[in-house]
Design a protein around this ligand. Structure first.
Ligand code: NAD
Ligand code: LMR
Length: 337
């Protein structure tokens, strides 16, 4: 049988916390599926190089059959040369009391040169997943600096929020997260995001009906969704920071694996959530990187169309999109896009 040639996967911030949780799962084959050899490129800034080099030694010690090679560099041009999958993690994490928007200026400068380096060197089929916060706007900056790469290749991670929503619903309904389908995260990966259960099902029936069975009546369900579910999911990042003392790592790495895996291999179990360049669907201004319900079809994300959006949902989507518009205006003013 022919062995496929290795897929080049570049991870930025590879010496950091998420990098450490991510690299070994990539090397084990969980990102691209069984039988696909991988060439890893680890990009760091000079202060992070030793940590990335240490991870590279441990990757060697893992003796992963699919791992065709590991290179560590602090040069974006070398890191992104021929890249097929670029996972942009390197950024400064949020500390206690900081909102993600505070990080715009600090992190924005990282993503313009990286976008340019991807533009210059990436393979034709390159897919980009931005994890570093503020993820949506960092993806916008990278994309704006990569004019030759189709905008639909630039995505930002809201799969962690999506998985958090599944986790909360599974606990409330005492079912496995795998039984729940068609939850949506709309908007920004921030506290304004809208986790939407209006179309979600559990074992084939509407989640809201299953919730009513457990909680009482429709009004109680609405109150639970508004006062508990939505804020719990939207502020889960802050809750993790509060409880762990630092931002989420293993769950973020796991969601990143899910995001890229499903992008490449498909979404057979209903839709998922990804932040991608809006085509104007659902009234989200074209070009904003906003989270939508999506299916992966032949390796391309497609926004699920035709969902009915009630007044409550409309207001929540609009609020998050307003924040994204403000972030875009801020980086425009900073000259980053
Ligand atoms: P970390 O500080 O442990 O690691 C970040 C690494 O990035 C560091 O090693 C640093 O040296 C490196 N880095 C900084 N600038 C770089 C550059 N220009 N090029 C290459 N590397 C660079 O942080 P972490 O815990 O791994 O988190 C990384 C990012 O992910 C943060 O922005 C965090 O807020 C974000 N995050 C996003 C989500 C999400 O769901 N989208 C979830 C969790 C964390
Ligand atoms: C998360 O959602 O856990 C990350 O974006 C970290 C943060 O700053 O909340």
């Amino acid at each position: 049988a022919n062995t496929p040639s290795p897929v080049t996967v570049t991870v930025t911030g590879a010496g950091g916390q998420i990098g450490y949780a991510l690299l070994f799962r990539i090397a084990s084959g969980q990102l691209l599926g069984p039988g696909v050899p991988i060439r890893l490129r680890l990009l760091e800034i000079p202060q992070g190089l030793k940590a990335a080099e240490g991870a590279a030694l441990e990757l060697q010690d893992g003796a992963f059959p699919l791992l065709a090679g590991v290179e560590v560099t602090d040069a974006a041009s070398a890191a992104f040369d021929g890249v097929n999958v670029a996972i942009l993690v390197g950024a400064r994490p949020r500390g206690p009391g900081m909102e993600r928007g505070d990080l715009l200026a600090a992190n924005g400068g990282i993503f313009a040169p990286q976008g340019a380096a991807i533009n210059a060197g990436a393979a034709d089929d390159v897919r980009i997943a931005v994890v570093g916060n503020p993820a949506n706007t960092n993806a916008l900056i990278a994309s704006a600096n990569a004019p030759d790469i189709p905008v639909e290749r630039f995505t930002a991670l809201t799969r962690l929020d999506h998985n958090r929503a599944l986790g909360q619903l599974a606990a409330a309904l005492a079912v496995s997260p795998g039984e729940i389908r068609d939850v949506t995260i709309w908007g920004n990966h921030s506290a304004t995001q809208f986790p939407d259960v209006a179309h979600a099902t559990v074992a084939g029936r509407p989640v809201v009906d299953a919730l009513a069975e457990r909680l009482g009546d429709a009004a109680t369900v609405r109150a639970w969704i508004t006062d508990q579910f939505i804020p719990r999911v939207a502020k889960r990042g802050a809750e993790i920071i509060e409880v762990r003392g630092s931002s989420s790592v293993a769950s973020a790495a796991s969601a990143t694996i899910d995001h890229v895996h499903d992008w490449i291999t498909g979404t057979p179990h209903g839709w998922t959530s990804v932040a991608l360049s809006s085509d104007g669907s659902y009234g989200v201004p074209e070009g904003l990187i906003s989270s939508f319900p999506v299916r992966s079809v032949d390796g391309v994300w497609q926004i699920v169309q035709g969902l009915e959006i009630d007044e409550f949902s409309r207001a929540r989507i609009d609020a998050s999109v307003t924040e994204l518009t403000e972030e875009r205006d801020a980086v425009l003013t900073l000259g980053l896009i």
